[in-house]
Design a protein around this ligand. Structure first.
Ligand code: SAM
Length: 270
């Protein structure tokens, strides 16, 4: 992860980095208000781009760190930050940043950003690995992804992403943003989501690898009953021990019920 100083010209939006830059002042103000930066808690913005959110955040926080993959954008950000606060730019791929070590032992971070939508699911799984190091997160993501993150059981949006996130944090859909707020406008609508990591696990997960396997298999064949989708993963004794009807389908189970199924012993291999 490199830190940069100096000035280079601004380049055109790069498609491969998912660059759609916010320009609507009303939307920018609303996002900054939702993040509510302060001078006490360390804030990191992911994907600052040309700084639409960066400078208002910096002015309120006094100090801001940014993580940007496109090295050509960083000098312009540093130059324009002069006199507005302390801006620290990390040139890095956010998927390779270890947030627990960036926070430091026993220290905490706040994360925010208008993320490139093509990396949103791997990014969310990656960032949750930082666990107790995160105070809160505010992200702009594709509207459909936020709907899946915040979904209730028994809906078409409820799925693997919902259940895996529920283990780690509370998910709050704040508001939607239309394509016209960006240049160039993306093909999809966006939403702002707030993630609040749980202070303590909402239910016990004895073996997180088995939990992830049970959830992935159940939703991999979501139209099938659990008896079929979880064949060789949870046996009849497992369903009986938990009292969960094997005739149900994945989307009817709460995250806590998935945890109970995952706590049953895996059937012996055939
Ligand atoms: N925050 C700016 C705004 O709202 O106008 C830019 C948002 S643009 C949708 C996404 C930003 O994330 C771009 O600046 C892009 O270069 C950066 N980015 C893309 N992939 C990244 C990655 N893997 N790690 C860090 N930054 C990335």
């Amino acid at each position: 992860m490199g830190e940069q100083k100096g000035a280079l010209p601004r380049g055109p939006a790069r498609k491969r980095f998912g660059q759609h830059f916010l320009h609507d002042p009303g939307v920018i103000a609303r996002i900054v208000e939702a993040i509510d930066p302060d001078r006490e808690r360390r804030l990191i913005e992911i994907g600052p781009g040309h700084g639409a959110l960066t400078f208002p955040l910096l002015e309120r926080a006094g100090r801001l760190e940014v993580i940007e993959i496109d090295r050509d954008l960083i000098p312009g950000l540093i130059e324009r930050a002069a006199g507005r606060g302390e801006l620290i730019a990390h040139e890095a791929d956010v998927l390779k940043v270890d947030f627990a070590s960036l926070a430091g032992p026993g220290r905490t971070l706040r994360l925010c950003g208008n993320l490139p939508y093509n990396i949103s699911t791997p990014f969310l799984f990656h960032v949750l690995a930082a666990g107790a190091s995160l105070i809160d997160m505010h992200f702009m993501l594709q509207r459909e992804v936020v709907a899946r993150m915040a979904a209730r059981p028994d809906t078409g949006e409820y799925g693997r992403l919902t259940v895996m996130l529920a283990v780690h944090c509370e998910v709050e859909h704040l508001f939607d943003v239309g394509p016209g707020a960006f240049r160039p406008p993306p093909a999809v609508h966006s939403s702002i989501v707030r993630l609040l990591p749980h202070a303590s696990p909402p239910f016990p997960i004895a073996d997180s690898a088995r939990f992830a396997q049970v959830v992935a298999r159940a939703f991999g064949q979501r139209r099938k009953t659990l008896r079929n989708s979880l064949k060789h993963v949870v046996d009849a004794a497992g369903f009986e021990a938990t009292g969960i009807d094997a005739g149900r389908r994945a989307e009817t189970l709460s995250p806590e019920e998935f945890a109970r199924l995952a706590a049953t012993p895996a059937p012996a291999p055939l």
